[in-house]
Design a protein around this ligand. Structure first.
Ligand code: WT7
Length: 687
């Protein structure tokens, strides 16, 4: 197999990534509308934010001690608030919080509320894919949710799952998904949720890496009009794992399709129906008291090299941070109804569906379907139906819905809304305006939240606070305990306004702890380039008011519809084809997806480019990774622009992907270090 070509070291590329930074202005300011404020908000005004923020940086230990002590149940208190080392020169990178304490996040999310007598309070409002599916549409109280979690936990125990074992969840966006996550957490098992859009190959890789003996899946699910047969994919993944010498011992299978259960193939001795197992299970299940730093979950995410890495989060710090950010970022108030459109297959669903809301005794909508089914009014129908107060979605969804026109929004009553949250990529000002003016009738806060799988919770946020000056496109201000720093290429800190690598100087409670099975990789990726800081991998600008403007990744990671995809992963899939010699993948500006996937492919001697070959390559990306990795464009090229040391000069490819055949040689910068500069003219000619 031909290996993909390596890239040059990361450079600040914000000036090139035009599609991420154009049309954004420091002086485009919208003041927080007074009508959108709760009468008793958690943050009274900007001064209150400033005062809390300053304390969180100046006295982090006291700050987090106060929050942790008053807002959670601890079986045993901590001896020290934290121990953090972000410098490889000082030794092993580590981050430990609430050291020596014992707690359980499931207990804090459920038992705690039931014990205070609010078991009838609604935790989940389940909205099925089909608008007319009244028999699936139901409420889950805290009491019912806890009862279900206990039973599932007992089923897992009976399957042999013990503290520290990893369970892989490959499920649709139904309430049973957070329930299964909580069941794992209850007994000290580590969950690994794999998004239902990933392929059998991708799922198998994650099962193998996590050594999951138990998989929880579902016969299938309707997403819009499209059935997704998860169980078949999970079976195939088990087969692939088996071939590589690993046997999945048990699969717990949720029944969600209309079709009779008998249409789903179940393998004797391995597969068990969820409903049947849960019905038989014991109703009592003691909580496993966890050490603060015991693993809670792993979640695989793309890096700039190699296969996706299992980002590991632990118990206490993650719990305190997600609960706190949920409360302040969204100004969640008792009896509010929160609605996050993200799937639990991503970190957003972990932190702001499963954990953050329940740790605040919140009521939230869980939506199984897609925003455009049956039509583009679906999210607003949900807002009206449940009187939603905070909605949390992604710029890609906002742009897609905006394209259908305002009438789909205006047909519904949205007067309950106070907060419009956004996450996943920089929001372009046009989408921001539409969200603010049309969806929120110019009375809501647009809360942009910049963060990452590795950070566990919100890091930079445009808080919807009295006196806040929103700047469309800017993620704005640091959240509590977050100390952002901009570094230049030489690693010098930039004071005041400027553009640089976004780094975080001091630890926050939900910092990534390790990469499963490879602590060294974690240290290298995040702490090697600049000693003493966490490297986010994003470029960023700070303006004169101290607001942060994210300018996109500085590494080889694409952001497609708010989802991270490593160019390396797509390239590895493409070069699997026998006719492909080399592949190089870059991103380009895409109206809906934010970034699209552009692949440059060279073929082996004698091989011919054709439409059918193009289809085969697309199919390969889908089967190796999943539909989200489908290339938008494939360009056949005679050669790739490589430096004399063999590194691909991706900035040239990015320019061509962006501007096509009209790109001018003089816009490409210095190309004299290329092994063969004539390749560039051929590349442009082959567009
Ligand atoms: C990358 C992290 C965190 C949940 C979703 C994605 C980009 C995320 C924003 C935002 C600008 C953003 C960054 C980041 N990103 N949110 N509000 N403004 N960029 O999680 O898959 O770990 O991806 O998404 O580039 O590094 P993820």
């Amino acid at each position: 197999m031909v290996e993909r070509g390596a890239s040059e070291p990361f450079k600040l590329k914000s000036a090139e990534a035009d599609h991420l930074v154009e049309h954004r202005h420091d002086d485009d300011i919208v003041t927080m509308p007074l009508e959108g404020l709760h009468p008793a908000p958690h943050l009274r005004d900007m001064e209150h934010y400033q005062q809390m923020y300053k304390r969180s940086i100046a006295e982090p230990e006291q700050f987090w001690d106060d929050i942790a002590r008053t807002g959670f149940y601890w079986k045993q208190k901590w001896d020290a608030v934290r121990s953090v080392n972000f410098s490889r020169k000082q030794g092993r990178i580590e981050s430990s919080w609430f050291i020596g304490s014992k707690t359980n996040i499931c207990f804090n999310a459920l038992d705690r509320w039931v014990e205070t007598g609010i078991e009838d309070h609604v935790a989940f409002l389940f909205e099925p894919n089909d608008l007319s599916d009244d028999k699936s549409r139901r409420e889950w109280t805290y009491g019912q949710t806890l009862a279900e979690v206990k039973r599932v936990a007992n089923v897992l125990k009976a399957m042999g799952v013990k503290k520290g074992d990893c369970v892989t969840l490959y499920m649709p966006m139904v309430v049973e998904l957070p329930v299964c996550m909580l069941a794992c957490a209850r007994i000290g098992a580590v969950h690994s949720v794999v998004f239902g859009g990933f392929s059998a190959e991708a799922l198998a890789g994650r099962i193998l890496d996590a050594e999951s003996k138990v998989v929880i899946t579902c016969d299938g699910v309707m997403r819009g009009k499209k059935p997704i047969l998860l169980k078949q994919i999970a079976d195939k993944a088990c087969e692939i794992a088996q071939k590589r010498g690993f046997a999945v011992a048990s699969q717990l299978v949720l029944h969600r399709l209309e079709e009779d259960k008998s249409t789903c193939e179940m393998r004797g001795g391995r597969d068990v129906w969820y409903d049947e197992a849960v019905a038989r299970a014991d109703t009592e299940c003691e909580v496993e008291w966890m050490d603060a730093e015991d693993p809670l979950f792993i979640l695989y995410t793309s890096g700039s090299t190699g296969s996706p890495k299992g980002v590991l989060h632990t118990t206490a710090g993650y719990m305190v941070y997600t609960a706190t950010t949920f409360k302040y970022s969204f100004d969640y108030q008792p009896r509010d109804v929160f609605f996050c459109t993200a799937d639990c297959g991503w970190i957003t669903g972990h932190s702001y569906v499963t954990y953050g809301p329940l740790l605040n005794a919140a009521t939230q909508v869980v939506f199984e379907g897609v925003p455009t089914y049956p039509d583009a009014g679906r999210l607003w129908d949900i807002v009206q139906r449940y009187r939603v107060n905070q909605i949390y979605t992604a710029p890609t969804a906002i742009r897609a819905l905006k394209a259908y026109g305002d009438s789909y929004v205006q047909a519904y009553d949205r007067s309950s809304l106070r907060v419009l949250g956004t996450v996943g990529e920089p929001i372009n000002p046009e989408a921001w305006r539409w969200y603010f003016e049309v969806v929120g009738s110019s009375k809501c806060a647009v809360v942009d939240t910049w963060w990452q799988t590795e950070t566990g919770g919100h890091m930079i946020v445009s808080f919807g606070v009295k006196g806040m000056k929103f700047k469309p496109g800017s993620a704005s201000l640091p959240s509590f305990g977050v100390d952002p720093v901009l570094l230049d290429e030489q690693g010098q800190e930039i004071e005041g306004p400027g553009d640089g690598f976004l780094m975080i100087r001091q630890g926050w409670p939900s910092t990534i702890r390790t990469v499963r099975g490879d602590h060294e990789r974690m240290e290298q990726v995040y702490f090697d380039r600049f000693d003493g800081y966490y490297l986010t991998g994003d470029g960023c600008r700070r303006d004169a008011d101290g607001y942060y403007w994210l300018t996109g990744r500085i590494d080889d990671i694409l952001n497609v519809s708010g989802h991270r995809i490593g160019t390396a992963e797509v390239e590895s899939a493409l070069v699997l084809h026998e006719l492909v010699n080399e592949a190089a993948v870059v991103g380009f500006g895409h109206d809906i997806k934010g970034e699209g996937i552009y692949a440059f492919v060279t073929l082996n001697q004698g091989a011919k480019a054709s439409e059918s070959l193009q289809k085969e390559l697309i199919a390969l990306c889908r089967s190796e990774i999943g539909p989200i990795a489908t290339p938008d464009r494939i360009q056949w090229v005679p050669g790739l622009p490589k430096t004399r040391s063999g590194k691909i000069m991706r900035r040239i490819l990015r320019k061509i992907a962006e501007q096509g055949g009209s790109v001018k040689m003089e816009d490409l910068g210095d190309i004299t270090t290329l092994a063969d500069p004539s390749v560039v003219a051929q590349l442009i000619a082959s567009v």
